[in-house]
Design a binder for this molecule. Structure first.
Ligand SMILES: Nc1ncnc2c1ncn2[C@@H]1O[C@H](COP(=O)(O)OP(=O)(O)OP(=O)(O)O)[C@@H](O)[C@H]1O
Ligand SMILES: [Mg+2]
Length: 250
């Protein structure tokens, strides 16, 4: 498995598939029994690597007794960011993640979604070259999710590498350059388009003149569409449909 620069890679798979276990190995919390992980040509546990990556674990809380600002400041200093750069970076992140109004709040008093956003900001505070995010948007409202998507796409455009897991298939489709389907091993991988091309076995044609829905193979779509004298729509299976197809047939 690889993650390159200018790339967002998603790992998708059922509960217990080993996504978190793999991510923990990548950010150096667990040692793999077999195989090897290299980040920027070094081992994940190398201190130099730790300063260049940002991680958001699946189950973690901010320092509950510290304010939002102090949480960010503390992590930034641990990661070796100088004070001036850090102060600017914190303001930028608070603005981008809509956390300015809770800057001086004690982290314990934040809502669940805001805690998650603070944790993401903590992962980003050192402007990391590699981001490893375990379900970054779980529990966030739609607006918060969009903000995070924009932020991640922005980072990707600026040459960063991002590896994430998610159970939201629309999110994976929207963000990913490549996807790995994982269940204890890699089941399939590719770009969202490659995956759709390989697994699309049917199309849905909706005839709005009589509100009928036809589920047909690729060769039949043209005939049906030609016979409709009015408004219609053709839909391909969503990534979620394909996900279910892949893991149910395992
Ligand atoms: N490659 C593997 N082979 C065998 N067992 C594994 C492997 N990877 C992880 N496990 C075991 O599977 C269990 C669940 O793993 P993990 O927490 O990584 O799942 P997950 O994919 O993150 O699930 P969730 O979607 O619920 O967060 C753990 O007990 C872990 O030790
Ligand atoms: Mg997990």
């Amino acid at each position: 498995m690889t993650v390159r620069e200018n790339e967002i890679v998603s790992i998708l798979g059922p509960n217990g598939a080993g996504k978190t276990t793999l991510l923990k190995q990548i950010y150096g919390e667990l040692e793999p029994d077999k195989g090897e992980i290299r980040i920027l040509d070094k081992r994940p546990t190398d201190v130099k690597v730790k300063k260049k990556i940002g991680t958001l674990p699946q189950e973690v809380r901010p320092f509950t007794q510290l304010t939002v600002y102090d949480n960010l400041f503390y992590i930034g200093r641990i990661k070796g960011v100088n004070k001036k750069t850090l102060e600017e970076r914190i303001e930028e992140l608070l603005r981008k993640l809509d956390l300015e109004h809770v800057k001086m709040k004690i982290a314990r008093d934040l809502s669940g979604g805001m805690k998650r956003k603070l944790l993401l900001a903590m992962a980003l505070v050192n402007n990391p070259q590699l981001l490893v995010l375990d379900e970054p948007t779980t529990g966030l409202d739609p607006e918060g999710r969009r903000k995070i998507w924009d932020l991640l796409l922005d980072m990707k455009r600026n040459g960063k590498s991002i590896l994430l897991t998610t159970h939201y298939l629309d999110e994976a489709e929207k963000l990913s350059n490549r996807i790995y389907f994982l269940n204890k091993k890699v089941i399939f991988s590719g770009t969202p388009l490659e995956i759709k091309a390989k697994f699309t076995e049917w199309y849905e044609v909706i005839d709005y003149t009589n509100n009928k829905v036809y589920k047909v193979g690729g060769d039949k779509v043209k005939d049906i569409v030609m016979s409709i004298k009015g408004k219609f729509e053709v839909k391909t299976p969503s990534l979620e449909d394909i996900y279910l197809q892949i893991f149910q047939s395992e």
